[in-house]
Design a protein around this ligand. Structure first.
Ligand SMILES: Cc1ncc(COP(=O)(O)O)c(C=O)c1O
Length: 404
């Protein structure tokens, strides 16, 4: 590798891993390129297109010359649309100086942690969680403190578990509801239970990652910490974005709201990295946030019917266990019943990484639970057509039948 070998690269690179879902998707692409028939259910993005009116607004913006640099953390029009969204959907009041827009929710999370973590600072992350939380924490020089949740508690961190995890070095608690990968949804009452603990620890701030707010099943109502615990508002940062709600992953537009000083610090960092999010994406986000919302509900109904069919099938596969997720578009499947079994190739399955490696050989690419901090599981995304989900279940059933 020439001069850029391990001694040339920074320790930051070594601390930053490739995510389980990205690794599974990449391996699937390689195998497919080699002619292997692979079903990949590792992706974390809606399989729908961006709504037509959003695409039209972006095209118009380009034609009208919105192709220049903008304010670093969002145009006034975008900030107004975000403020209106928080008011309309969450009952939260913000001013433009509370709002930060960036290239995806991921950049917002990155900015928050880069702006606040010093070596030794801890971030409490319920397991399972989206692995990026731990990786960005490490990137920023902090320490991820994984707190395993219990399946019998629906993979939700309890007030007692939170209390036990907090130390004098705790800076952040990460909350994500609906959760990637478990689909767990925190009710208003559950959020208030956690808020009671947080009230006793004024040095702990909370990131509420609401990215899957609109993928919510069985008529559940969405609740967010800033609305349920206004007394904690000065130490809550709420993160959201257009990726999952409006099928806009490629546009890279995320946003958040929180205390002014932190928003300013984040803009300072963003000004020295990517500067403003794409001007065209900002115009598209204005149209998405201010435009008709019925398509969001229609797509949610499709996700729910896929979930129902998928969970029904998964429950019939020997050795696998899962509960219907309450939100998001993933099922977190326990493969505990496969651990210790032998494959036809004579390999004993010891871990969920063994399971997903073997499934890949059987034509199915899925990220393993170790990547999300809780084993032995794998995650199945149902942001894919029903026919593909059915074929994936066929492969899982066929694989299960060969285990000894
Ligand atoms: C829980 C969670 N939060 C945030 C994001 C970031 O999404 P984006 O950067 O596309 O806005 C993702 C994407 O997969 C996610 O799963």
């Amino acid at each position: 590798m020439g001069r850029a070998d391990r001694t040339f690269l920074s320790s930051r690179v070594a601390r930053t891993r490739i995510s389980a879902s990205a690794a599974a998707a990449q391996r699937a692409r390689e195998l497919r390129a080699a002619g292997v028939d692979i079903i990949e259910l590792a992706q974390g993005e809606p399989d729908f297109n961006t709504p037509e009116h959003v695409i039209e607004a972006a095209t118009r913006a380009m034609r009208e010359g919105q192709t220049h640099y903008t304010q670093v953390d969002g145009t006034p029009a975008l900030k107004a649309a975000i403020i209106a969204k928080f008011k309309r959907e969450n009952g939260l009041d913000y001013k433009p100086e509370n709002i930060s827009a960036g290239a995806g929710g991921k950049q917002i999370l990155h900015n928050i942690l880069m702006a606040t973590l010093d070596p030794g600072d801890e971030v409490v992350i319920p397991a399972p969680s989206w692995v990026a939380y731990a990786d960005i924490t490490h990137y920023a020089g902090g320490t991820a403190v994984w707190v395993p949740t219990q399946p019998q508690n629906g993979f939700k961190i309890t007030p007692n578990e939170l209390e036990q995890a907090i130390t004098p070095r705790t800076k952040w608690l990460m909350l994500n509801s609906p959760s990637n990968p478990s689909g767990a949804v925190l009710s208003a009452a559950e959020l208030r239970g956690l808020a009671a603990v947080l009230e006793r620890h004024p040095h702990v701030w909370t990131i509420s990652d609401d990215m899957y707010e609109h993928v919510l099943f069985d008529g559940r109502k969405f609740a967010t910490l800033a609305a349920e615990a206004p007394q904690l508002a000065s130490r809550i940062f709420t993160v959201n974005g257009c990726s999952k709600t409006y099928a806009m992953t490629g546009w890279r537009l995320g946003y958040g709201a929180g205390p002014v000083e932190l928003v300013r610090a984040m803009a300072r960092l963003q000004a020295q990295s990517s500067l403003n999010p794409s001007s065209v994406s900002q115009a598209a986000a204005v149209a998405a946030l201010n435009g008709p919302q019925d398509i969001v509900r229609e797509r949610n109904a499709i996700f729910q019917s896929r979930r129902d069919a998928l969970v029904k099938r998964l429950k019939t596969v020997p050795g696998l266990a899962c509960e219907p997720p309450e939100g998001a578009f993933y099922v977190y499947v326990s493969c505990a019943g496969w651990i210790g079994k032998k494959t036809p190739q004579g390999k004993r399955l010891e871990t969920d990484a063994d399971v997903t490696t073997w499934l890949l050989e059987s034509g199915l690419a899925l990220p393993n639970g170790a990547g999300y901090g809780l084993s032995p599981y794998f995650r199945v995304s149902f942001a894919a057509e029903q026919a593909l989900l059915d074929r994936a279940c066929d492969r899982l059933a066929a694989a299960a039948a060969t285990l000894k």
